[in-house]
Design a protein. Structure first.
Length: 270
């Protein structure tokens, strides 16, 4: 038996070295990709007159209203497949006209076939004057929920899941109610579900011009837009991309302009 292991030991040593080399190559590749991403964000910040936020300060303005990677950790299946706690990694702050904008990035490690993978999302936030709390969600016909079961045909807010119906932090703190806003049957009602604590105020904000803009930009906007505590924010899957992030920001700002919403100083500005 000892002779067997003696003959086998060189092979085991080679296998261990190859595995170590594979992990080193993966680490090196990830580091290179991360440096390239940081360089791209820094360059984008420079073109916008903004800044890349230090990682220690990267938590979203709306972190207390919505946890990072909520869509990737909701439900039993998602929780079982989560390896690390979701976290905010970095953020980009800049001004777009009179608007203060923050685009933050969050990540979480999930179980994958060959070990683990890192999933990302980016959150776009705009500081605004105080508005009636509201969530606008694209309706999602078909597909499966976070339990892997087919969605019901009447699940009008499936794109945002239970998050859309869930009473926001600020509304719950004041003991307020949370209602779905009724719109006349038509293209907007077929594509969007709106929930709020003040249906009358939201009906005034979502006039025909505004709903037309939402329909035009439906697939460019975050699947759920949150209006709460002087912030408008929404998340999209993946990392911040210089090629498309500004288009999403401009679509949100176009919506706020049509609503007649005024810019405000961001929370970090005091």
């Amino acid at each position: 038996m000892d002779e067997y292991w003696i003959r086998l030991s060189p092979l085991l040593a080679i296998m261990a070295a190859l595995i170590g080399l594979l992990f080193w190559w993966r680490w090196r590749s990830d580091r290179k990709e991360e440096r390239a991403h940081v360089d791209a964000l820094t360059a984008l910040a420079g073109t916008l007159g903004g800044r890349v936020v230090d990682p220690a300060e990267s938590a979203a303005w709306s972190a207390g209203l919505l946890a990072p990677m909520r869509g990737e950790t909701d439900g039993l299946v998602n929780r079982l497949g989560t390896v690390s706690r979701p976290r905010f990694d970095t953020a980009l702050e800049f001004r777009r006209g009179e608007w203060s904008v923050r685009v933050g990035e969050a990540s979480v490690k999930k179980v994958a076939q060959n070990g683990t993978r890192t999933d990302h999302e980016h959150r776009i936030e705009v500081a605004t004057s105080r508005l009636a709390p509201m969530r606008i969600s694209r309706r999602n016909h078909g597909g499966t929920n976070s339990w892997g079961r087919p969605r019901r045909a009447d699940d009008i807010s499936a794109q945002g899941g239970e998050l859309v119906r869930e009473v926001p932090v600020t509304v719950a703190a004041e003991g307020g109610q949370w209602h779905r806003v009724a719109f006349p049957p038509g293209p907007f009602d077929a594509q969007f579900a709106v929930f709020t604590g003040d249906p009358a105020a939201v009906s005034r904000l979502l006039d025909p011009e505004t709903t037309e803009h939402l329909l035009d930009q439906a697939h460019g906007l975050p699947s759920v837009l949150h209006f709460e505590a002087g912030l408008v924010f929404g998340t999209r899957p993946g990392r911040i991309g210089p090629g498309h992030t500004l288009d999403v920001v401009d679509a949100i700002l176009g919506l706020l302009d049509r609503m007649g919403v005024a810019p405000a100083r961001p929370p970090s500005a005091g």
